[in-house]
Write a protein of this length. Structure first.
Length: 215
C-alpha cells in the first residue's frame, strides 16, 4: 500500500479523460465529515481508511489528518495513489472506513461496493439530488439504509480538474454515511439528518489550494 500526497506529486497533474469525472474536493469539506465521525469515534487516529477514487489526493490529504492510515487509489494515474478500478475486485486488505467523492455516473455502484468492503463504515460525497429518484430508492436506499445524511449549509465549490479558493457553485452537496459494524442500522432505525453548520472558514488551512496546478 502506498500513500503519497506531496505537493510535488500533486503538481504532476495528468489530464484525465472526461468520463472519469475528476472534480477534486476542497479539503475543508472532507474535514467536516471527519469532525462528525470523530464525535462518535475518538479513536479515529487508530483506524484505516481507503479513498478509492482519489484523483490528485485532495480528499486523502484531509483524511490523513484524522485517520491512522490512508490508502489511496484511482482508475486513472494522477500520481497520487495506486492505479486500480474500484468496481473490480482486488486483493486489498480490509479497511475500517471507505470514503470518497465518487464519479457521479458511478456513484451508486461505488456506494454498494464501499458498503460491501467496509469494516466499520463508509461515506460518499454526492450532489444532494442523489437522494431522490424512485430507481435509486429501490436499488439502494431501501436496501441499504444510511446511518446519517450530512447536508452542507454552505455550498461546496466543485470544479472540473481543480480546487478553487474563491470558487462558487449552484449545486448542493451532502455526505451520506453507512455504518457496517458495530452500528449497522436495523429495520426500525431512521437515518440521522444532520445539517453541517457553516464551517468553511474554520476548517480551511493555509496551503489547501496550493495542492494542484490550474486546469
Ligand atoms: C469526483 S472525482 C473525486 C476525486 C477525489 N476523490 C477528491 O474528492 O478529490 C472522481 C474520481 O473518480 C475516478 N474514477 C472514475 N471511475 C473510477 C473507477 N471505476 N474506479 C476508481 N476511480 C474512478 C476519477 O478518475 C476521479 O479522479
Amino acid at each position: 500500500m502506498s500513500q503519497n500526497t506531496s505537493h510535488a506529486v500533486m503538481a504532476q497533474r495528468i489530464e484525465a479523460a472526461d468520463f472519469l469525472d475528476f472534480f477534486p474536493t476542497p479539503l475543508w469539506a472532507t474535514r467536516a465529515l471527519c469532525e462528525f465521525i470523530l464525535q462518535a469515534d475518538p479513536k479515529l487516529s487508530t483506524k484505516r481508511v481507503w479513498e478509492p477514487a482519489c484523483g490528485q489526493g485532495h480528499m486523502a490529504r484531509a483524511l490523513s489528518e484524522y485517520f491512522g492510515l490512508v490508502y489511496s487509489s484511482d482508475a486513472h494515474d494522477y500520481g497520487a495513489g495506486a492505479v486500480r478500478d474500484f468496481l473490480f475486485p482486488g486483493d486489498e486488505p480490509s479497511f475500517d472506513w471507505l470514503i470518497t467523492n465518487p464519479p457521479f455516473r458511478l456513484a451508486e455502484r461505488f456506494a454498494h461496493t464501499m458498503i460491501d468492503r467496509a469494516v466499520e463504515g463508509c461515506a460518499i460525497l454526492v450532489r444532494t439530488s442523489f437522494l431522490e429518484g424512485v430507481g435509486r430508492y429501490k436499488s439502494l436506499f431501501s436496501q441499504r439504509k444510511p446511518a446519517a445524511i450530512l447536508q452542507f449549509t454552505e455550498r461546496v465549490p466543485m470544479h472540473k480538474g481543480r480546487v478553487e479558493e474563491h470558487g462558487s457553485t449552484a449545486t448542493s452537496y451532502c455526505w451520506i454515511i453507512w455504518r457496517c459494524r458495530p452500528h449497522k442500522p436495523d429495520a426500525n432505525d431512521v437515518p440521522a439528518m444532520v445539517w453541517i453548520p457553516p464551517c468553511r472558514r474554520k476548517l480551511e488551512r493555509p496551503g489547501d489550494y496550493a495542492l494542484q496546478v490550474a486546469a
